[in-house]
Design a protein around this ligand. Structure first.
Ligand code: PSV
Ligand code: MN
Length: 397
């Protein structure tokens, strides 16, 4: 494997200086699959512990200063929780990041939330969105990430067309409640929990809804939310072209929305996505939010989150090394193999020594994962949280 030259090292350092990735509060608590969950004694059992864990990841990596909150699980009392959360931010040195409404767990949402045929249920969903926007405002969070779990399981059982109109109506109203410095991020997913049709199934639908909602609505790309084989970097290039890319939920998968560690299955895909971003005008990429959306069922949660942040940094650094001027010329000349090799040279560069040097220069541990192990943090959490976790098999929070 190639290592980094002096000029490349300057590029890499500038890239790392600019790179931050948000961690999800739900990545620290005991979550599972729909078949059940296996309890980890060290998992976070409260919002306080989630902030403590997120703070620890940021201390180790220096690259994850915000934590995404899920309203139902983390902010159950709405704006009433804001003062307490502010206290946690100060205590643990990480800020609240994106605010995630929960439109999928209430019993009322059995047949949908924003596109439920019952107007009273749609109103419930709208009120929750408006509350989420108010929470975000009070916390100073820019982004409200909307995942719509709605859809149907059987052909003919719902009107796909009328549900589009209901969705449009609610998103326009929600957008009108945002301030100039807020954004609505609209996530798409082709299936699960609905298995016949999903109301926002792909980036085209999300893009239309974002454009309909208003200028502060953008598309959120969750890497796990695509049919197998989908060219995600092409979607990214299109969304950037249209100035409609709001951010990412990074995770990896082999089959569906597996929520595995970023880059664990296909690191080349993450590299290719970062390359598209680094190739686009900064006016369209400056606001793009990098977020992790993973739930680790078997791996240690802290270890997995540190691994994720470190992997994201390494792949971003590798993408920064692509000689884009040379690549453009080779592409124009249709020198296919030379262009591909120019691209691959960056991907195959071993950036780890240079990333380690960058960490040490910033007073960060050279090897965050090793530091986590040596610190005894997880063992301490196991002792303090073990009893609280025992038997907590039913909920996400
Ligand atoms: C749904 O699969 C999703 O990707 C959405 O972003 C949710 O908010 C998140 O996972 C947590 O369930
Ligand atoms: Mn997601």
């Amino acid at each position: 494997m190639e290592t980094v030259s002096h000029t490349a090292e300057a590029k890499l350092r500038a890239a790392l200086d600019s790179f931050q990735i948000e961690v999800p509060s739900w990545g620290f608590s005991n979550t599972g699959t729909r078949f059940g969950k296996f309890i980890q004694a060290a998992a976070a059992t409260s919002i306080d512990e989630k902030f403590a864990d997120a703070g620890q990841v940021n201390k180790l990596t220096g690259a994850s200063p915000t934590v995404a909150l899920h309203v139902l699980w983390d902010v159950p009392n709405g704006v009433g929780d804001v003062d307490r959360i502010r206290g946690l931010e100060a205590q643990y040195g990480v800020k609240s990041g994106s605010i995630n409404p929960n439109l999928f767990q209430a019993q009322e949402y059995k047949f949908g939330s924003m596109s439920n045929p019952n107007p009273a249920t749609r109103k419930l969903a709208l009120d929750h969105l408006l509350e989420s926007i108010a929470i975000a405002k009070a916390l100073g969070s820019r982004d409200i990430s909307i995942w719509d779990a709605d859809g149907s399981n059987y052909p003919g059982s719902q009107s796909i067309a009328r549900r589009i109109e209901w969705l449009e109506e609610i998103l326009v109203t929600a957008h009108a409640a945002t301030t100039e410095d807020q954004r609505l991020l609209i996530e798409y997913k082709p299936f699960e929990p609905a298995f016949y049709h999903t109301d926002i199934a792909d980036w085209g639908m999300a893009l239309h809804l974002a454009q309909k909602a208003g200028p502060r609505a953008k598309v959120l790309v969750d890497t796990g939310h695509h049919a197998l084989g989908t060219n995600i970097e092409q979607i990214v290039a299109w969304l950037l072209h249209l100035d409609a890319l709001g951010g990412f939920h990074f995770n990896d998968r082999k089959y569906a929305d597996d929520d595995l560690t970023i880059g664990s299955i296909d690191p080349y895909q993450v590299f290719r996505i970062f390359h598209e971003i680094l190739s686009a005008p900064t006016s369209r990429t400056a606001g793009v939010a990098y977020m992790i959306d993973q739930s680790h069922n078997l791996k240690g949660k802290m270890e997995a989150m540190v691994q994720s942040v470190v992997t994201a940094q390494e792949l971003f650094a590798r993408a920064a090394l692509v000689d884009r001027e040379k690549l453009a010329q080779l592409q124009d000349e249709c020198k296919l193999v030379e262009a591909e090799e120019c691209f691959r040279e960056a991907f195959w560069t071993d950036v780890r020594p240079a990333v380690r040097a960058w960490r040490l220069d910033r007073g960060l541990p050279g090897d965050p994962l090793k530091e986590l192990r040596d610190s005894g943090y997880v063992a301490k959490c196991e002792q303090q949280r073990g009893a609280k976790n025992a038997g907590n098999v039913s909920s996400y929070a």
